[in-house]
Design a protein around this ligand. Structure first.
Ligand code: CU
Length: 138
């Protein structure tokens, strides 16, 4: 981003602009009773759900301690799908609940530990049919 470019009076300011960008979401929360606030800058991963697989997670790695928004977009024609996220110790960290076809759900998770995280769809036998995957935190 360019904030300010200096130029001689009577000349046109010129600069090189890099138009490439990456989405970064800012999350803010305020506790009204106390005014206490908390915020996070969260990179976003968009995962497409189909009958019965995920797309968009393969080869994804994150850094330990990173807070990440996982967006689940359901591309399936009829079935609801969800995204459950489990840490390296197997504990559930969060989930995007049942999401209708065409809809998008999201969850923000802090990846506190390094290791291999697991995701799957918790609806019926979708995980057995292939709706599961892993990603790495280093
Ligand atoms: Cu599913």
């Amino acid at each position: 981003m360019v904030r300010r470019v200096w130029a001689l009076r009577g000349t046109r300011p010129a600069t090189t602009v890099d138009r490439r960008y990456q989405w970064l979401y800012v999350y803010g929360f305020v506790r009204p009773a106390t005014g206490q606030s908390w915020w996070a800058l969260a990179p976003t991963v968009t995962i497409e759900a189909m009958d019965y697989s995920y797309d968009g997670l393969a080869g994804t790695t994150f850094t330990k301690g990173e807070t990440v928004e996982f967006r689940l977009h359901n591309e399936a024609p009829e079935e609801k799908h969800e995204l459950e996220i489990f840490g390296p110790d197997g504990d559930a960290l969060g989930e995007v609940g049942p999401t209708k076809p065409g809809a998008t759900g999201h969850v923000v998770v802090t990846l506190a530990d390094a290791g291999t995280y697991r995701v799957n769809c918790g609806i019926d036998d979708h995980a057995d049919k292939g709706m599961k995957g892993t990603f790495t935190v280093t």
